[in-house]
Design a protein around this ligand. Structure first.
Ligand code: FAD
Length: 364
């Protein structure tokens, strides 16, 4: 039987992960990634290189689908951190989640029973003006290294790449195309044939500093008063170390703000907030942090969460040609930490649609 020809639009963490899993787990697919931007490039239109990035369970207690995606991805990342740390840029660290106010009726987060070392922090372990906290093992990801690893893995598996920008999903369909997978992130808002008005940006500004490589072995996120489960009532403060001595200081989460120039006033406030929370960020004897660069990225948020859905469309090439379009976009601030689980699920939904000839909506 001839192979099904798949075009994946997008070479961010979503497109690359989906492409690898298709080639690794399934037989009978010929996969080409077509994108405007690829790993190694920086652009305001390409979110993945600008991420922190780490794994921190944000899914609400009721969002079982996202929990499943994040759980599968964390298990995969732990494995990569143990077997290929330098190649993937993934490392295991201690995570600290801090809340400014006391949590009288704290509901244990959904990940408390599978993140190693999960426990509540003792009072003496809390930073000044922090009233509650938890700790557990997690991973941090160096986006540049990880995206390069994904691209190399895809090519080694026999995948093809092509640089092109599409204005309409129909443009991705050639006479021999059977399936198109849409992983265009924030561009799903404007891409013809998709134009999802539920997609919008959440601006994130970060400061990247350089510290002695083993100085920071932890990551933290401080929830402003009144926040929970990834809903932030004010500026989010976080620190994410990378495997190359770079440490990311964050941050901001501003919805519908498309400004991509770093704001120096915000940068100053980020540094101040991080140092106030964890003064031990600064090595003993060092007077100030060595700033490497400032950056801004636009998180591809979607009102109803990640869209994993399929639809059969009639090709504009005519002759009764029908093509299965699969969507995997709208990963907001959790695109890395949900990438593996979301891609696995997309492939399941895609296969069901191929078998039944009906389009599917994501259900776990
Ligand atoms: P993108 O990376 O934007 O990729 C889209 C791809 O589609 C690109 O290749 C682009 O060229 C291509 N494309 C788009 N339109 C077209 C077109 N018309 N024609 C051809 N090609 C097209 N996530 C985490 O899990 N953990 C974190 O700690 C974390 N921290 C973050 C911190 C910041 C400051 C920011 C900004 C984001 C963070 N994220 C984090 C979120 C994460 O970065 C995103 O969810 C993720 O990168 C989205 O990836 P994507 O592949 O869906 O989209």
């Amino acid at each position: 039987m001839s192979k099904k020809r798949v075009v994946i639009i997008g070479a961010g963490v979503s497109g690359l992960t989906t492409a690898i899993l298709l080639l690794k787990q399934e037989k009978g697919y010929h996969v080409t990634i077509v994108a405007k931007h690829f790993p190694g490039e920086l652009s305001d239109e390409y979110t993945s290189p600008w991420a922190g990035a780490n794994w921190r369970g944000f899914a609400s207690i009721t969002d079982k689908r996202l929990q499943e995606f994040e759980k599968k991805t964390l298990i995969h990342f732990f494995e990569l951190a143990k077997t290929k740390p330098a190649e993937t840029g993934i490392m295991i660290v201690d995570s600290f989640d801090y809340w400014d106010e006391h949590k009288e009726d704290f509901i244990e987060p959904w990940f408390s029973n599978f993140c190693p070392g999960y426990r509540h922090l003792q009072k003496e372990e809390l930073p000044d003006n922090v009233e509650f906290g938890i700790t557990y093992k997690t991973v941090t990801i160096n986006p540049t290294i990880y995206l390069g690893f994904l691209l190399n893995t895809f090519l080694a598996l026999g995948g093809n790449i092509e640089r092109k920008e599409f204005s309409h999903i129909q443009d991705a369909i050639l006479t021999d195309t059977d399936i198109v997978i849409n992983c265009t992130g924030i561009h799903s808002r404007t891409l013809g044939g998709v134009q999802d008005a539920n997609v919008y940006a959440a601006r994130g500004q970060i400061v990247i500093v350089e510290l002695p490589p083993t100085h920071v072995t932890w990551t933290f996120l401080r929830y402003p008063r009144g926040s929970n489960e990834g809903i932030f009532k004010g500026p989010v403060t976080y620190v994410i170390p990378r495997n190359n001595g770079e440490v990311v200081l964050g941050g901001t989460y501003v919805e519908n703000d498309y400004t991509t120039v770093p704001d120096p006033v915000i940068a100053e406030s980020i540094i101040k907030r991080c140092l106030t929370t964890r003064p031990d960020l600064l090595p003993v004897g060092q007077k100030e942090l060595k700033i490497k660069r400032h950056s801004v990225g636009l998180r591809p948020v979607r009102k109803d969460g990640i869209r994993i859905e399929t639809e059969w469309i009639n090709s504009s090439l005519g002759r009764g040609k029908r093509v299965l379009v699969c969507h995997n976009y709208g990963h907001g601030g959790y695109g890395y930490q949900s990438s593996y689980g979301a891609a696995l699920h997309l492939i399941e939904v895609m296969k069901k649609s191929l078998n039944s000839n009906k389009a599917r909506i994501s259900k776990l």
